[in-house]
Design a protein around this ligand. Structure first.
Ligand code: ZN
Ligand code: MN
Length: 461
């Protein structure tokens, strides 16, 4: 009967921006070594202080808005969002309510069946992060660290256009890539740079469960597992839940693989939003040249995928590996100016030869391979280990010049492996591979395997 259910998922994603300073003060925005290292009267919420908005954070928000195809409104403002919690010393968060910096965009994702699906973006707004509570083991008190307090935070809210947990995961992965291409955040979920709240409800015909919001999911895996679990739970308890009202808030207990209810979610009216009186209204088009900004956006994952597939003829799986690492793409293109893209991709992906080599070095290596001066096995057996040891590529390639006497080496291996040779002569032809391997090792991978095979067979006749 499960086919009759329809699942609706929407996401709210918070992304910490990597600006030099915080959102409304001059405190450093960086990994601290001790609690409360980067704090000041502004981010500690002292009365009488005035917030000064960080222009770069606003620029980053507009860049993400443009990258997500959003409309950038003529006017935008900050609002106060009130709630009482020790990690929020002002008792309100400066956020945006009815006039965000960007709204009504879309992100096209490719679900597992390769179908392209457009996920609506309701809004992209800018706010400040809260501090962090620390609960020491067994203590009857809590500590608070305000290093994160006031760090610029983008919130992206999607339309409820997602229908499965795996779509939600793909959306997040795509969003992470875009954010990394724009270079506005490291967007590392495990480090809390990117955090996700997921809203889910289940419908059948005209009836529906309340919306359940799962808070603070901090890995792609957690997002997928929590939503899969919750979808199942809502279906199993549909008869009870369909008559209930109001939004509910859940937390995901990773270790127990289940969700747990925490508190009734506040309605917007509970937050008593009102315009931040200390910060004037913004006019994004006056503050920035948005046309230029749009033109200067880096090529996004979708466009890069097209280039990798049509210009370089890479298969999907290889293209995706290159896309996942923002810096690899430019490197790949530069190497390809002077080398065959198939080999370059193969070297970068399968031999993990990429950013660790100068562009000229990788081209040099590929040219040497193509001209037959070195072999694949020489690269595997000698070049890679030597590079790891910190040797220079030119030195390693020079060592390949030293001539070796293949016949002499073959004779030596045959002498040393009389058992294998006897077995070969009895008809166990698969022993040949072992002998070839021995010869290759002796030549440090510099011989051609086909030549070794041919000569060995002659010797063993
Ligand atoms: Zn501060
Ligand atoms: Mn928020």
């Amino acid at each position: 009967m499960k086919e009759n259910f329809k699942t609706t998922i929407g996401l709210e994603i918070h992304i910490e921006l990597k600006t030099k300073t915080k959102m409304f003060c001059d405190c450093k925005n960086m990994e601290a070594t001790t609690p409360n290292q980067y704090v000041c009267p502004i981010c500690l919420g002292y009365p009488g202080t005035l917030p000064v908005p960080n222009k770069l954070a606003i620029k980053y928000t507009l860049m993400l808005g443009l990258a997500l195809g959003c409309e950038i409104p003529r006017e935008s403002k900050f609002d106060r969002k009130h709630y009482f919690y020790p990690d929020l010393p002002k008792n309100y968060q400066i956020s945006q309510y009815d006039m965000p910096f960007a709204r009504q965009g879309a992100l096209k994702i490719k679900s597992q069946n390769e179908k392209v699906k457009s996920i609506g973006i309701t809004r992209v707004h800018l706010e400040e992060d809260a501090g962090k509570l620390i609960h020491p083991d067994g203590a009857n008190y809590s500590l608070v660290d305000y290093n994160r307090s006031g760090v610029p935070l983008i919130e992206v809210v999607t339309e409820p256009d997602l229908q499965t947990s795996s779509e939600a995961k793909i959306f997040l992965q795509d969003l992470q890539l875009i954010v990394r291409y724009l270079d506005i955040s490291d967007a590392d979920m495990e480090k809390g740079h990117m955090r996700c709240d997921a809203n889910i409800s289940v419908q059948k015909k005209q009836e529906t469960t309340p919306i359940f919001e799962i808070k603070n999911l901090n890995s792609f895996r957690a997002v997928e597992r929590a939503l899969t679990h919750e979808e199942e739970r809502l279906r199993d308890n549909f008869a009870d839940l369909k008559n209930q009202k109001g939004k509910r808030t859940l937390t995901w207990l990773e270790a127990q693989n289940k969700t747990q209810e925490i508190r009734q979610k506040e309605e917007a009216s509970d937050y008593r939003y009102f315009p931040e009186p200390d910060i004037p209204i913004f006019y994004p088009y006056k503050l920035f040249d948005l046309k230029k900004m749009r033109k200067e956006l880096p090529e996004l994952p979708e466009a890069r995928l097209e280039v990798l597939k049509t210009k370089y003829h890479l298969p999907n799986n290889e293209a995706f590996v290159l896309l996942a690492k923002p810096k690899w793409y430019a490197y790949f293109q530069k190497v390809c100016l002077n080398a065959d893209p198939k080999i370059v991709a193969d070297f970068m992906i399968n031999e993990n030869l990429g950013m660790n080599l100068e562009i000229e070095d990788l081209i040099n290596l590929i040219n040497n391979l193509n001209s037959g001066k070195i072999t694949r096995s020489f690269i595997k057996q000698t070049v890679l280990p030597d590079l790891q040891k910190g040797k220079k590529l030119t030195e390693i390639l020079d060592s390949a010049d030293s001539k070796f006497d293949l016949d002499k080496i073959i004779n030596k291996i045959v002498d040393e492996n009389s058992n294998a040779v006897a077995n070969y002569k009895k008809g166990k032809t698969n022993v040949l591979q072992f002998l070839i391997g021995q010869v290759m090792r002796e030549t440090r991978g510099q011989a051609q395997a086909w030549e070794v095979a041919k000569k060995l067979k002659e010797v063993l006749k």
